[in-house]
Design a protein around this ligand. Sequence first.
Ligand SMILES: Cc1ncc(COP(=O)(O)O)c(C=O)c1O
Length: 378
Amino acid sequence: MTPDILFSKPFHAPREMENLARVVHGDHAHGDGDFTRAAMHRLTNITGARAALLTTSGSHALELASKLLDLGPGDEVILPSFTFPSAANAVALTGATCVFVDVDLRYGNIDPQQVAEAVTARTRAISVVNYGGVAVDFDALTSIADEHGLALIEDNAHGLGGTYRGQQLGTFGIVAAQSFHDTKNVHCGEGGAILINDPSLVERAEIVREKGTNRSRFLRGQVDKYTWVDIGSSYLLSEYNAAVLDSQLESFTLIQAKRHAVWNSYATRLPVWATAENVRLMEVPADRRHPAHLFFVQAPDHEYQAALLAHLRSVGVIGTFHYIPLDSAPAGRRHGRRLRELTASQQFSDRLVRLPLWAGMTDGQVDRVIEAVSSFRR
Ligand SMILES: Cc1ncc(COP(=O)(O)O)c(C=O)c1O
């Protein structure tokens, strides 16, 4: 029997084993060793962010962001309902309230108009996600944030290498979160990073990430002892993970080329089927570059989504839906409120089908996915 084509498969970079062996046989396996430093350097080179600190996950990068902004009870953070729960957890864990707004139906990105409507005297931040690595409307969102003195938090878990009007994603928020979970373009099993674009936050971020201590300053010889100076946690990535991450980042260009080849095959070979079936293929505005993190199609209705997913599975192709809107989720109702009925988020979620996309896909596997999708009829 032909094996299923998985939805996602972690990429293995050429130098992973060599790097890992150096950590295994070396004398530094905890965080902030040579591979961590090298990976952070690669991240600032790719993005142009002022600083990058590796973290244990993208979720922890978002939590660190909340701590840096001193969010707490009584504060409100505006975020899209259609996103991963980590963005909402990062707000709710501080006691602040999530205010959910809708996304647009085309890209699944936060709707700036609704963001403007959701601002109150309690609003402290806008937390946005570049869905599928396609940038949100940063011009509109930055101007709302500036007008009301709000911080912009950028969840760039999908977006490493993407751009908005020529500028790298991850550099628009005061801070941005990256994820290196093994479903991401670049991964180390579990891992993440916080990108810091406001220089005044760098030192505090180092402290919060290091259990609230000034150990980073101590290691640089800037203080002669380190001590507890703030409330923090342990968000450092182990050097084992950093060893893998560094080799992945070293292969970033290769990974991206392979993923773009798959993405481009879908984009160029599915339009005839999509038009005939009234399905909308993922689009990217001309002023944005996407990093080929995912490829989705939008079914004409919810029944079609279920039927297409079932059909793909029946022929051994694993497609999948994505986020269930947070405003109607049990925890979303407890820890947040919504601006109004968020019909676009529900519709976007109800109609989305993501296709397999990973760097190691063969031409034959891509052909099989295209054949499976385009043989489906309502
Ligand atoms: C948009 C988004 N943000 C954050 C996360 C959380 O990242 P992590 O799994 O590294 O904690 C994910 C996870 O897939 C995500 O899709």
